[in-house]
Design a protein around this ligand. Structure first.
Ligand code: BG6
Length: 299
């Protein structure tokens, strides 16, 4: 683990500082006039975002592990280079290795509008090549203002093309998932992971959570809006460079089966994930870069 003192030179005094977080993992804490945020170097994982005067936007499980070899449960896990189980490789870790890698902090800056931008970097090495043979560079920019803008850049530094999946796996805090309705995916096609991967078509109405929900919507670039009348607020997820949106709530049985998630936490969360997965798996030629971006705002 990176020692916090070696990161001090990057700090913006009084605004963006490094400290030991949960599990003694290094964490960037941002407290600006616009918002608060926490980002762990482990997975470049955003665990907290709260515009000043508003409620926290991201859900974190009380049961989350904070350990160098385990993913964090909640916030925004970064998924790369495969989504979910890796096809043909049951031994590979679910959702790839980016979320359990130690990222480097490249820079911290504040723009003229008071938006703090943290840039993180992860490159292939022996450990990643043992899991996935290609060479790559990832850059992740987190812009913390009234909105949260997440941009994951994937560069192929291999001499050959590679295919990959990615996701900004955002867990949102909601008052009660069963009371929310989510627009933006009307009439879209999806793979139902709760029903033998069957292909289905969403109806014309907003999505309501009435059971375990794990839907991989393909070929959709639309903005999603989660309407949460209980808080009340609306969370808007605008995106670019992403053709897949995943909607996930584990409901009762799956929650009970997850060791790092409380049995009763499922009503408090809803994942709307900005992704490229399944039929939208990307192929990147050597030297090329792909950017996946999500812009998250609350009103
Ligand atoms: C979602 C998947 O993106 O992530 C679900 O669609 C999965 O199938 C969920 O259960 C959580 O995955 P994990 O690996 O963090 O437990």
């Amino acid at each position: 683990m990176k020692s916090v003192s070696s990161l001090r030179r990057l700090e913006i005094p009084g605004i963006a500082t490094f400290e030991p977080g949960e599990g003694d993992l290094a964490r960037l804490t941002v407290r600006s006039p616009l918002a608060e945020a926490h980002i762990y170097l482990h997975g470049a994982h955003v665990t907290h975002f709260q515009p000043q005067g508003k409620a926290p936007v991201l859900f974190m499980s009380q049961r989350s592990l904070f350990a160098a070899d385990k993913p964090i449960r909640g916030g925004v896990p970064l998924i790369f280079p495969w989504f979910g189980a890796r096809s043909g490789h049951p031994e590979s870790p679910a959702h790839g290795f980016a979320r359990t890698s130690e990222w480097q902090v490249e820079s911290l800056s504040e723009d003229g509008d008071g938006v703090v931008v943290a840039a993180f970097h992860l490159a292939s090495d022996e450990r990643t090549r043992a899991l996935w043979s290609y060479d790559f560079e990832l850059r992740y920019r987190v812009a913390i203002g009234r909105t949260l803008t997440l941009t994951l850049e994937v560069k192929n530094t291999s001499p050959e093309p590679f295919t990959f999946e990615d996701a900004l796996h955002t867990y949102f805090t909601v008052s009660d998932a069963r009371q929310t309705s989510t627009t933006g995916l009307e009439n879209a096609e999806y793979v139902d992971k709760t029903d033998a991967q069957q292909r289905k078509t969403q109806g014309p109405d907003p999505i309501r959570i009435t059971a375990e929900t794990d839907r991989v919507f393909e070929n959709t670039r639309k903005t999603c809006i989660v309407d949460d009348p209980g808080l009340p607020r609306k969370i808007t997820v605008e995106k670019s460079g992403s053709q897949t949106t995943v909607v996930w709530n584990p409901w009762i049985a799956k929650s009970a089966a997850m060791a790092d998630f409380g049995d009763d936490e499922w009503p408090q969360m809803l994942c709307i994930e900005t992704a490229n997965a399944g039929a939208n798996t990307l192929t990147l030629p050597p030297g090329k870069t792909h950017s996946t971006r999500a812009v998250i705002s609350v009103s």
